[in-house]
Design a protein around this ligand. Structure first.
Ligand code: NAD
Length: 243
């Protein structure tokens, strides 16, 4: 792994505007399963059809029952070496932003400041009737009682602020796209790059670095591909960069 890490460090050092694009794979080492890893991914146990916006409207309570195990893991998860390394890179000025598909908020806890959550966040929710914003604590309390969270003001259904299948992406996606257009180096970490339209962003970057256990459709276009655990690789990378 030494040579590819050294090469990635060289490219990052030379980059004028490097950004990261992360996916569920960066958080598996924090105990949160991804979607597509064979054997452990959520899609091994759950049907993606249960995570559409229609399924939420149809039966919020059933939706929350399905999502509860993931929510409980997110609530107690802590950032790992991978999240912390990206925060260090940003702090050093070598990384300008993190675009994340993750909904767990761990980049911010690790200290990353410019984070674009292109699929929203599970730390927040919004009442579908009066649009009051709620935090995860309300969701967690209701869920422990086996109820779908209801708005404390009007009793309406509270939808988590995550993008479900069939929903439009939040405004953060447009900002993220601008970052991708501006960058000359993109460090992809822990994403299968199979979810559109976020999966298209790497095509904007002329220097693509990929750290992902499995293959991605962009591996042939990347200057460096390292198929090893993200925490380990990113720790080596920041060490190589003297951080
Ligand atoms: P994905 O499941 O499609 O792909 C994850 C990739 O990460 C896989 O290719 C896998 O090989 C790789 N991976 C797993 N563990 C790794 C590790 N320790 N080191 C390096 N690579 C590792 O996930 P995705 O590409 O992010 O896209 C799917 C969706 O998953 C996103 O919309 C996201 O919202 C959602 N999701 C998020 C979380 C979270 O917030 N933590 C958890 C599950 C799913």
């Amino acid at each position: 792994m030494d040579e590819p890490v050294k090469k990635a460090a060289r490219i990052l050092r030379e980059a004028k505007y490097a950004i990261a694009l992360t996916g569920a794979g960066i958080s598996t080492e924090s105990g949160i399963p991804d979607f597509r890893s064979p054997g452990t991914g959520l899609w091994e146990k759950e049907d993606p059809a249960g995570f559409t916006i229609d399924s939420f409207y149809h039966n919020p309570r059933a939706f929350y029952r399905r999502i509860l195990p993931l929510l409980q893991l997110i609530e107690k998860a802590q950032p790992n070496h991978g999240h912390k390394a990206l925060a260090l890179l940003e702090g050093s000025g070598m990384l300008r932003a993190v675009i994340t598909q993750n909904i767990d908020g761990l980049h911010q806890v690790a200290g990353s400041a410019r984070v674009f959550e292109v699929h929203g966040s599970f730390k927040k929710g919004t009442c579908l009737s009066c649009h009051k914003k709620h935090n995860l604590a309300l969701l967690a309390t209701a869920l422990e009682r086996g109820e779908a969270p209801a708005c404390s003001d009007c009793g309406g259904a509270v939808k988590p602020a995550v993008t479900l299948f069939g929903e439009e992406l939040p405004p953060a996606f447009q900002l993220a796209e601008r970052e991708a257009l501006k960058c000359d180096c993109m460090l992809v970490v822990g994403s299968s790059l199979q979810v559109a339209p976020v999966g298209y962003l790497p095509r904007y970057s002329k220097n693509l670095l990929i750290i992902n256990r499995g293959n991605t459709p962009y591996d042939d276009l990347a200057r460096v591909v390292i198929c090893q655990p993200a925490g380990e690789v990113l720790s080596l990378l920041v060490k190589e960069l003297g951080l």
